[in-house]
Design a protein around this ligand. Structure first.
Ligand code: CUO
Length: 718
């Protein structure tokens, strides 16, 4: 959906199927068929030429064009919702696209607000199913790639183009900018985690997750998001667990909660190198040991940046009280029980989303969003220096800041307190399944020793031109090769015995966690269970007797491929043609980060595999999503991250509590003594294996974009 800003008012789009074109004399349309991709391109005239442009002044006043757009700031969120409502009104797809183009080209609209509203509208409009979007880091590269590098990429591309003028323009346009991101490892040990915190796949997942699980999604209907409070807990819990695995690999302690009630400062500094190319400023930065203070700023029109530490502390106390008494108070004076089925969902919603879905917004507050905002202004809480908010203020960039994990640990501890103190430990009959035993599990990876995983670096090209120039006639191509973690593909080999006389469907759940804690001691399971993160979950139907399942790592239903973010279509999984890519497809843990980095000498992890009855545990309509070979008629739109992102507009596919079986405390009598091996020995339907993750620091593979023939226009890349 790129197009000119000003000047030529025609806008170009690409759909993957035939657009529903209606006769309308007010518009000029042109269709071309690209035989290779079966795409159709057409031109839509701006409604502004017909005086159809809606009044956007209130939205523009709430979020000025040059402001940093914040998902967490209530006034910004409401303004984005208002634009989304406007974009939901047109009856046809063409009218929607025309209106979207016109609102985007309004000279006062904030570009990041527009992107948020536009993508949200495309997620919700049934007539936009099949609309392909580029990766979010191509749309907004300034939110993912340091400004300095973008400028270098831009300069280099322009320089090459002018040097090659009148010679071979296509070679100039497609030459990579050959710019490496900064590797910032100095005295500050926190820099060692930059490869995780600043990874574009990690941050893109987080952005898309919040785009889909919007705070005020209704409880029912096509726009509902099933168990969104519980998923807020579970997805972010996994982020912390994965981050902690990286911290241990780097010799750093695991994440400590940022407890507002006890600490007077934020230990970790953060100096972002990213900002906004449109307003030319970087996000605000923060020194080490910055005091935690109230925010008292009047630089948003809504005057809402009056955030008191005491409020957040007060909300925390009320939540702990609600957990202790077993219910939350509702606005009308009645109560809702925090029972086993709904308790975590209610708490997750209150903490994570506040607002409309909270039973009593004024009483329980909005700890998560205002916590993000409070932190994002700690460098200048009274706006004495006219600084911008920090990266914690937006979902595109919050995960870059070390304090993100500490804030989320603070909230995760509330959920853990609830689960550990109020929910009974799983009884034996909730854990065992006598129909199937897992006889052994192992990992095979190329020529490596058994049960060894290897990680290395990969350099992948990212095209940033679209985010640097708004001119669709521009022939600038700027490419940044980004270095990121990667791993050698591997297979799980699982030996099972089916004790029944008939075939059964098994749900296979795979988790992994570091084997030793930060002190180098073997984890007891009660301590280790919160360190487990999900690796895969799938369904297989097995015959009576002995079976072997070979599961390719690349099929993981936790991760999505890097290519899913790019505009070019990829036939990514063998035998599966994922031919359509929507905004929802950007949600998912990046596959290149499936395996934690490990250490050069080899770091020990525990692999845990559990099988349960798929027919009882999974939503029947969702079972096909977990199958290794997806039936053609049930083919999803793209590779899905089922555990972290669910299925759009459908029930969360797994009926069990998220994180099962590690989401709650072990029974009292075994808490302090049990190891993982002691646990799996009790239940034949589980097994574990010690795994080594070795990091090959010297290996760098490269994935460079193939040079494309010059199309003469940017539209073929959209
Ligand atoms: Cu995802 Cu704090 O939630 O950002």
């Amino acid at each position: 959906y790129e197009g000119p800003r000003g000047g030529d008012k025609n806008v170009y789009y690409t759909f993957t199927d035939e657009p529903q074109m209606t006769e309308d004399a007010t518009r000029t349309r042109r269709a071309q068929t690209d035989p290779e991709t079966r795409r159709r391109e057409f031109i839509i005239r701006h409604p502004s030429q017909n005086n159809e442009l809606p009044d956007l002044s209130a939205i523009e006043a709430a979020v000025p064009r040059d402001a940093f757009f914040s998902y967490f700031l209530p006034s910004h969120y409401q303004a984005a919702n208002e634009l989304q409502r406007i974009l939901m009104k047109p009856k046809s797809r063409e009218d929607f696209m025309s209106l979207a183009a016109a609102t985007r080209d309004d000279e006062n609209i904030n570009p990041h607000l527009w992107t948020h509203s536009f993508l949200n509208a495309t997620l919700r409009r049934q007539d936009m199913r099949g609309f392909k979007i580029p990766a979010v880091w191509e749309i907004m590269p300034d939110q993912f790639i340091p400004m300095k590098i973008l400028k270098q990429a831009e300069r280099k591309s322009l320089h090459k183009k002018s040097k090659l003028k009148n010679k071979d323009p296509s070679a100039g346009q497609n030459a990579p900018a050959d710019v490496q991101p900064e590797v910032m490892i100095g005295e500050n040990p926190e820099h060692m985690l930059n490869y995780f915190r600043e990874d574009i796949g990690v941050n893109s997942h987080h952005y898309h997750w919040h785009l889909i699980y919007v705070k005020d999604a209704p409880p029912t209907g096509p726009e509902s998001r099933d168990r969104k409070g519980e998923l807020f807990y579970y997805m972010h819990h996994n982020l912390i667990a994965r981050y902690d695995a990286e911290r241990l690999a780097n010799g750093l302690p695991t994440t400590k909660s940022l407890d507002y009630g006890q600490q007077g400062f934020i230990q970790e500094a953060y100096f972002p190198k990213i900002g906004s190319v449109s307003n030319g400023t970087l996000y605000g930065s923060r020194q080490e040991k910055t005091p935690l203070t109230n925010v008292n700023r009047f630089d948003t029109p809504a005057a809402e940046l009056l955030i008191e530490l005491n409020d957040i502390f007060k909300w925390k106390q009320r939540l702990y009280e609600a957990i202790d008494v077993g219910y939350v108070i509702k606005l009308d004076g009645t109560t809702s029980p925090l029972d086993e089925e709904h308790g975590i969902d209610i708490l997750g919603d209150i903490v994570g989303n506040g607002g409309q879905t909270s039973p009593f917004p004024a009483y329980y507050g909005y700890m998560h969003g205002l916590g993000h905002m409070l932190i994002s202004y700690q460098q200048d809480p009274e706006n004495r220096y006219d600084t911008s908010m920090g990266v914690m203020g937006t979902t595109t960039s919050a995960m870059r800041d070390p304090v993100f994990y500490r804030l989320h640990k603070f909230m995760d501890e509330i959920f853990s307190y609830y689960k550990d103190n109020k929910l009974p430990p799983y009884a034996a009959n909730q854990l065992q399944w006598s129909s199937v035993s897992v006889d052994s599990v192992s990992i095979e990876s190329g020529n490596e020793k058994p049960n060894t995983l290897v990680t290395h670096w990969t350099e992948t090209d990212v095209e940033v031109s679209r985010g640097l120039s708004c001119n669709s006639k521009s022939t600038l191509v700027a490419i940044v090769p980004l270095k990121h973690l990667n791993h050698q593909a591997f297979q799980y080999k699982i030996l099972l015995t089916n004790n029944e006389r008939e075939r059964v469907s098994v749900a296979v759940r795979i988790f992994m966690a570091p084997r030793f804690n930060g002190s180098g001691r073997r984890y007891k399971l009660e301590q280790q269970r919160i360190a487990f993160f999900e690796m895969d979950k799938f369904v297989e139907t097995i015959n009576p007797g002995r079976n072997v399942i070979i599961r390719e790592s690349v099929k993981s239903t936790v991760t999505i491929p890097w290519s899913q973010g790019f505009s070019e279509l990829e036939h990514w999984l063998a035998g599966t043609d994922y031919s359509v890519q929507e905004a929802v497809c950007g949600c998912g843990w990046p596959h290149h980060f499936l395996v934690p980095r490990g250490t050069t000498e080899g770091m020990q992890f525990d692999l845990f595999v559990m099988v349960t009855n798929a027919d009882e545990d999974l939503i029947p309509s969702a079972i096909s999503h977990f199958l290794t070979n997806v039936p053609k008629e049930k083919k999803p739109k793209c590779k899905e991250s089922l555990s972290y992102c669910g299925i759009l507009s459908e029930r969360y596919p797994d009926i069990r509590p998220m994180g099962y079986p590690f989401d709650r405390s072990l029974a009292e009598k075994v808490k302090g003594t049990f190891t993982l091996e002691d646990f799996v020995a009790l239940y034949p339907n589980m097994n574990s294996k010690q795994v080594t993750i070795r990091h090959n620091n010297g290996k760098l593979t490269k994935i460079h974009k193939p040079t494309q023939p010059d199309s003469g226009s940017r539209i073929n890349r959209s």
